[in-house]
Design a protein around this ligand. Structure first.
Ligand code: AMP
Ligand code: MG
Length: 401
């Protein structure tokens, strides 16, 4: 049944969190009213609300109320075995969720000191008396993070309850980074969208498991907080001799049980795919043994003929980003992923690029690889899941002309 969707403006700059207070100061009456309306909808109607976070827009509902949280799954069409991240606004709210007398691992204390609030999700033991099993998909752990976006944190604080919140998109689609992305996807399915502008980070949080017996810090999903920054902080904060190793799932280790389980981000389900085919183009990496890269010009020219619309997401300073595209009637639309040296820009614009090109009606989207370093690791993780296939292409030295 369609419901009417209201988009309410929130001004993030009107919200501040005084250092020791758990409630925010909100100077804009309109923003306060919007937050109260959203909070009412969460608490009294037990319905989800879409709101901005620093990573992507989230679709939040009361985490400790199973029927409220169930609406997240039905609104998104999310499979029930894909667990949700619980969002808190304060350390005392975190404490209230954890098992009694639980002592944080030292690595978590170090990471929280630097990255909370922020784009880092940590796994904790789940207390089954407090956390509905719907949230954890029956896992013994619960994923928790404290968002830094003022609107997200204020919504949780005003509601005075933790919110379970995945990205505010239909399952399988690219994550939304602007309120209009949410509206286009969930109009008629969600009652309130809080509009706080574009998300700063642009990709989801980094999911970290530091609970395993080996003592290492395992990155289950790369995200807004980089692996390099996690290593740097552990190096600074942990005593010499007990600095944990940081291992990235599928890069540094494999875990077959984990890969078979839906808890591994994006392993089991389609992810981040626009309605049109997406092809990943490797422009600098070597193809697998025995294969030769395709000639870039011939490949691009082969993509269509008069009237074919092709979207190209490429670095602004790469051979693909600077070449003259074939003039054989294909209508090209470029979207820049920023400079190669600044992968944070690619993270910021990736989902907007996919959604914008899709809306413009292209027939296919090409995405250029970026280096899997810093934010580039999270970007490529998403790109590989969005892409139906990949090709290795090579530009001759003069580029295309
Ligand atoms: P999303 O809400 O789509 O950003 O996805 C959240 C992701 O966090 C899920 O797909 C899981 O991969 C991961 N996650 C959430 N809870 C757990 C958990 N208890 N154990 C392992 N991974 C989790
Ligand atoms: Mg998601």
């Amino acid at each position: 049944m369609a419901i009417s969707t209201r988009v309410l403006q929130c001004d993030p700059s009107s919200i501040s969190f005084p250092p020791s207070a758990s409630t925010p100061t909100i100077s804009s009456p309109d923003t306060l009213r919007a937050l109260q309306a959203a909070s009412d909808h969460l608490v009294h109607n037990l319905q989800p609300v879409a709101f901005p976070t620093e990573t992507v827009y989230g679709l939040g509902a009361l985490a400790l109320n199973a029927s409220a949280a169930a609406r997240i799954f039905s609104t998104k069409g999310r499979p029930a075995d894909n667990p949700l991240i619980v969002h808190v606004s304060s350390f005392s709210m975190l404490q209230s969720l954890l098992p009694k007398a639980y002592v944080l691992p030292p690595a978590y204390t170090a990471l929280m000191k630097h990255f909370w609030p922020g784009a880092l999700t940590l796994l904790f033991p789940s207390d089954g008396d407090k956390i509905p099993s719907l949230i954890t998909a029956g896992q013994p752990t619960v994923a928790i993070r404290m968002p830094s976006h003022p609107v997200a944190r204020a919504l949780i604080a005003v509601t005075n309850a933790p919110l379970a919140a995945p990205s505010a998109n239909s399952s399988g689609k690219p994550s939304p980074t602007r309120a209009e992305h949410v509206l286009r996807d969930l109009d008629g399915k969600v009652g309130i969208i809080l509009d706080g502008g574009a998300c700063g980070v642009g990709v989801e949080s980094t999911v970290v498991d530091g609970l395993n017996s080996g003592g290492e810090v395992r990155v289950l999903r790369p995200g807004g907080v980089t692996v390099e920054d996690i290593e740097r902080v552990l190096g600074i904060e942990m005593p010499a001799g007990s600095i944990p190793k940081v291992l990235v799932h599928r890069r540094d280790y494999r875990d077959e049980a984990l890969e078979a389980a839906p808890t591994t981000p994006g392993m089991k389900y389609r992810h981040y795919s626009p309605a049109v085919p997406v092809h990943l183009l490797y422009t600098t990496s070597q193809p697998p043994d025995g294969e030769l890269p395709l000639d870039a010009h011939a490949f691009l020219a082969s993509l269509g003929s008069s009237g074919t619309k092709v979207g190209v997401l490429s670095l602004e300073d790469s051979a693909l980003g600077t070449c003259t595209l074939p003039e054989n009637g294909i209508e090209w639309t470029r979207y820049s992923l920023g400079p190669a040296a600044e992968p944070a820009v690619a993270a910021h614009v990736l989902f907007d690029g996919l959604l914008t090109l899709e809306r413009q009606g292209v027939d296919m989207i090409l995405i250029e690889e970026i280096r899997e370093e810093r934010e580039g690791l999270a970007v490529m993780n998403r790109v590989k899941k969005a892409a139906g296939d990949c090709r290795w292409i090579k530009f001759n030295q003069a580029g295309l002309s």
